[in-house]
Write a protein that binds this ligand. Structure first.
Ligand code: ATP
Length: 351
C-alpha cells in the first residue's frame, strides 16, 4: 500500500468545482509535484492533504491511517508557502524551534534540532538573526527548516520559489531536492513552472481544470504525453494539421508532402490528424532521412545553449531548436531552409 493515498478526492466551493475525482498514490520518500495552470486545483488539493480544507468527497490515507477529517495539527505535516511567513519578532533559531516548543519538546532536543536544521540549510551562523536581516532566499530556507524541524511525515510546498529571482530559484530548487533526498522525506510540491517540476520531481502530476491529465516521471510526461493538454503545457510543441494518406504504413500528408510517422495505430480510421513535433527534434540543413519540409526563416532567437529558429511552412509556423556550437553559421531571416526530422519524433494527436 502506498504511503499517502488520495482516493476520489473532490472539492466544491459553492458552484465552483475546484478538484474532481483526484486519485493518486504517493510512495514513501517520493517527491511529487502538482503542475498546472492557475486555478487548476493544485493548492486546493495540497490544502486538503494539510487539513486546511476538508474534501467534499473522497479519502486521504497516510501511512495506513485515514486522516481525511483530522485537523491540521494532528497530521504531523510540514508546510512551506510562497510568502515565507516567518515570525518577524522571532530570531531564525526561534522560528525553527517554534513547532517543537508548541509540542513541548525538551529544551536539549530543541537546541540540537535547531543546530541540525541550521547546518542542513547552510545557515549555521544565522541563528540569532531576525528575518528582516536575511535575503528572500535565506528566509525561504529558514521556512523550510522550520517545516522540517517537527519531523513531518509529509512535507508540502506551495510555490515556495515564486517570490524569488531566477538565479536564486534555480539554486534553491536544487537545495530543496538535496535536503528532501538527504532526509528521505515524502514531499508534494505545487508549481506552475514546468522547468521546476521537471527538474526536481520523481513524478509530475499534470493537472487541468480540477483533474489529473497525466501522472508520470518527468521523462514520461515530456516524451510521452497522453493528452494534447499535457503535450502543449510541458515544453514547446509544434502542431501541424495533416491528412492521413496511408495509415497502414504510417504515412500522412502535410499540405502535399508525405511524412512518415512511427505510430500507424494512431492513424487507423481517421482522415485528419495533428502532427506533433518537439522543436529540438527538428534539424536544419540538407535533405537527410525520410522526413523533410521546406520553409522560410521568420525569426532567429539566440538563447545561449540553443538557437530557436521560427520557420514559415506556407502559412503554418514551426520552431526548431538548434544546439549552439561556436562554429555554427546562424540561419538568416528570409532564408529558405530544409527541416529534417526522424519518424520516431512524430506523434499523432487525433483531430
Ligand atoms: P494558482 O496556481 O493560481 O494558485 P491553483 O491551481 O492552486 O491556482 P486553486 O487555488 O486550487 O488553484 O483553485 C482552484 C479553483 O477553486 C479556482 O477556480 C479557485 O477560484 C477556486 N477556489 C479556491 N479556493 C476557493 C475558496 N476558498 N472559495 C471559493 N473558490 C475557491
Amino acid at each position: 500500500m502506498a504511503y499517502l493515498s488520495l482516493t476520489g478526492l473532490s472539492k466544491r466551493f459553492g458552484q465552483t468545482i475546484a478538484v474532481e475525482d483526484f486519485n493518486l498514490e504517493i510512495e514513501r520518500g517520493e517527491l511529487v509535484s502538482f503542475l498546472g495552470p492557475s486555478g487548476c486545483g493544485k493548492t486546493t488539493t495540497l490544502r486538503m492533504i494539510a487539513g486546511f480544507e476538508y474534501p467534499t468527497t473522497g479519502q486521504i490515507v497516510l501511512d495506513g491511517v485515514e486522516i481525511t477529517h483530522l485537523p491540521p495539527n494532528r497530521r504531523q505535516i510540514g508546510m512551506v508557502f510562497q510568502s515565507y511567513a516567518l515570525f518577524p519578532n522571532l530570531t531564525v533559531g526561534e522560528n525553527i524551534a517554534f513547532g517543537l516548543k508548541i509540542a513541548k519538546r525538551p529544551a536539549e532536543e530543541i537546541r540540537q534540532t535547531v543546530e541540525e536544521m541550521l547546518n542542513l540549510i547552510h545557515l549555521s551562523n544565522y541563528g540569532d538573526r531576525y528575518p528582516y536581516q536575511l535575503s528572500g532566499g535565506q528566509q525561504q530556507r529558514v521556512a523550510l527548516a522550520r517545516a522540517l524541524a517537527i519531523r513531518p511525515r509529509v512535507l508540502l510546498l506551495d510555490e515556495p520559489l515564486s517570490a524569488l529571482d531566477a538565479k536564486i530559484r534555480v539554486e534553491l530548487r536544487e537545495e530543496i531536492r538535496r535536503i528532501q533526498q538527504t532526509l528521505g522525506i515524502t514531499a508534494v510540491y505545487v508549481t506552475h513552472d514546468q522547468e521546476e517540476a521537471l527538474s526536481l520531481s520523481d513524478r509530475v502530476v499534470v493537472m487541468n481544470a480540477g483533474h489529473i491529465e497525466q501522472a508520470g516521471t518527468p521523462f514520461e510526461v515530456y516524451n510521452y504525453p497522453k493528452t494534447r493538454f499535457v503535450a502543449s503545457f510541458i515544453g514547446q510543441l509544434n502542431l501541424l494539421p495533416v491528412r492521413v494518406s496511408d495509415p497502414a504504413r504510417g504515412v500522412v500528408l502535410f499540405k502535399d508532402t508525405p511524412i512518415q510517422v512511427e505510430t500507424p495505430a494512431a492513424l487507423a480510421g481517421v482522415s485528419e490528424a495533428t502532427l506533433a513535433l518537439r522543436p529540438e527534434e527538428l534539424n536544419l540543413g540538407e535533405v537527410v532521412g525520410r522526413n523533410h519540409l521546406r520553409g522560410k526563416v521568420l525569426d532567429v532567437m539566440f538563447l545561449g545553449a540553443i538557437v530557436r529558429v521560427r520557420v514559415d511552412l506556407q502559412g503554418d509556423e514551426v520552431l526548431a531548436d538548434l544546439f549552439n556550437e561556436r562554429q555554427m553559421i546562424l540561419p538568416k531571416v528570409g532564408e529558405e531552409v530544409t527541416l529534417n526530422f526522424p519518424p520516431h519524433a512524430c506523434w499523432i494527436i487525433q483531430g
